[in-house]
Structures are given as C-alpha cells and as structure tokens.
Design a protein around this ligand. Sequence first.
Ligand code: NDP
Length: 283
Amino acid sequence: TNEKCYRKEFITVFGSPVDENPTVVIMDAAFEALGLDWIYNAFEVYPQDLETAVQSIKALHMKGANCTIPHKVAVMKYLDHISDAASIIGAVNTIYLKDGETYGENSDGKGFTKALEEEQIPITDKNYVLLGAGGAAKAIAVELALAGAGKITVVNRSRERGEDLVELLRAKTPVKADFVLWDHSYELPADTDVLINCTSIGLYPDTSSPDLVYDSLRPNMVVCDVIPNPPQTPFLTEAQNRGCHTLNGCAMLVNQGAINIKLWTGLDAPRDIMKAALLKEFQ
Ligand code: NDP
C-alpha cells in the first residue's frame, strides 16, 4: 500500500490589500525549522467575499488563517467560536479549525505581552502609557489589563477613539484607565513604567516620531514600538539615547506568529529563527 500523503496543509491570510503582508516570511521559516511541509500564502479577499473565504476554511479543511485589514472585525460574525479576549477586543486576527468548527482568537496583544515576558519585564501593577487607540492599541491594552496591569493611560489624537478605549477597559477589565487628548507635545508622567507607540507613526516609509517631550523619558522606563518595519524606528533610538530598555515591533510580530503556530500545529514555534528571518527581510 502507498501511505504517502501528497496533500499539504494550508494556512492563509485574508486581507485587502495583502500583497505586502510579510507574515509568510516568519511562517516559512518556522515550518522549515519544524520540519513541516506546510504552505502559508496570502489571499486577496474583498469585504463582500469574506464570508465565502471563511467558509472555505471548513470546506477545504485548512488548519486555519490569519485575518488582516480590513477584516479583523467583520470576520467575527462568520466564526463558530470567539475567545473571551478577542470578544472584548472586538477583533480576530487568527482563526483555527478544531473538530470541524472555526475558532477566532486575537494574538496581537498576546504577542506583545509574550514579548515583554521574553525580556523578563513584569506586567503586574505597572503603569503603562499607550500612544494611539486603534486596533493594535486596543489589543495590547486589553491583554495588559487582563494580565494584571496597574494603570493604562491612553494618549490619542482623536478624542472619541481614545475615550472609547478607556471606557472599554473600565467596563470589561479590572485596570485603572485614563484618557489624555494628544493635542500637544506629551510629557511622560514620572511614574510611567512602560511606554508603547501603538500608532502607525514611523512605519516605512514614514520617518517621523510621536510628538513627545523626549527629555521626560527616564532610564528606568521600558519603551516599545509596534512598528515592525523598520525594526529600529527613530522613536526607539530617542529612547535608547536616554538609557531606556527598548523593545521593537518585530518582537511582537514574531511572538504573535508563535502563538498562532501553537494553535495551528500544537508545536512550540522556533521564535529565534522566525525573528532572524524577519530582521533579514527588513534589513
Ligand atoms: P489603526 O488605524 O487602527 O490606528 C492607528 C492609530 O494611530 C490611531 O490611534 C491614530 O489616531 C494614530 N495615529 C496615526 N497617525 C497619527 C499621527 N500622525 N499622529 C497621532 N496619532 C496618529 O491602526 P492599527 O492600530 O491597526 O495599527 C497601528 C500600527 O501597528 C501599524 O503601523 C501596524 O503596522 C502596527 N501593528 C504591528 C503589529 C505587530 O505585531 N508588530 C500588529 C498590529 C499592528 P486617531 O485615532 O486620532 O486617528
């Protein structure tokens, strides 16, 4: 008998636009290191086709998928199950198939908290300042809050989005949360433990930095950026120049991918290999 299996497991990312999504780089590196002959490929999916795309996960017995712009919120209504954190965040970036049913998870914020853990930075009872209140900020804020953060200050340019995030944190998590309207050069409170840029400021080809009083950064603060490309943003350089411990957006992206790999394969992801592949791609 021929027991060879010619079928390859398939994982995809649904997005639009999706051509420039670099996730395949870390997934290919991970699959190779794990000895899995799996395929990861992006699919351009328009909003009106999202339901069909999600149904195809079941129909084609795919292991799962990632969801990116503009589908992270809309996809939720097509899934059989949503994790508690993803339902608080109100967005799903990862889908996995289990016993024929689709499960939605949000690994963006968990990737960030994992990256802090990797650097042995304790989360509990610390004071966080988040710049931005969009999807990345929301995912990070909710996971920090669920992991026991002491206080989260949301600094955002538009009042409505910032206040909405603070209200969500107060209503759904035990964290203390405050909003600051970002209409001035923001000075960090001296008791800040961790500052995180969750805006798109500094994303290639933008070379600008968030509007802060940089001399209010102190060497005991941890400063993080969600921007993965370039890994070393001018914002992080400003922080390093003032003696801060910094964490770049690649760490979050890789840890997010590692969480997804665990969900899809059950295996521990080779994070160092994934990180090296990503840094090589963005160098
Ligand atoms: P959103 O569009 O949902 O939110 C963008 C946020 O940035 C908003 O709060 C917006 O403020 C703020 N913002 C944008 N430009 C400016 C500016 N010039 N001045 C002040 N505030 C500004 O985006 P996402 O949250 O989805 O993504 C943000 C970034 O996070 C992206 O660059 C993405 O690459 C990165 N990301 C990284 C991940 C990783 O794993 N490393 C994962 C997910 C995202 P306002 O409300 O006023 O418009």
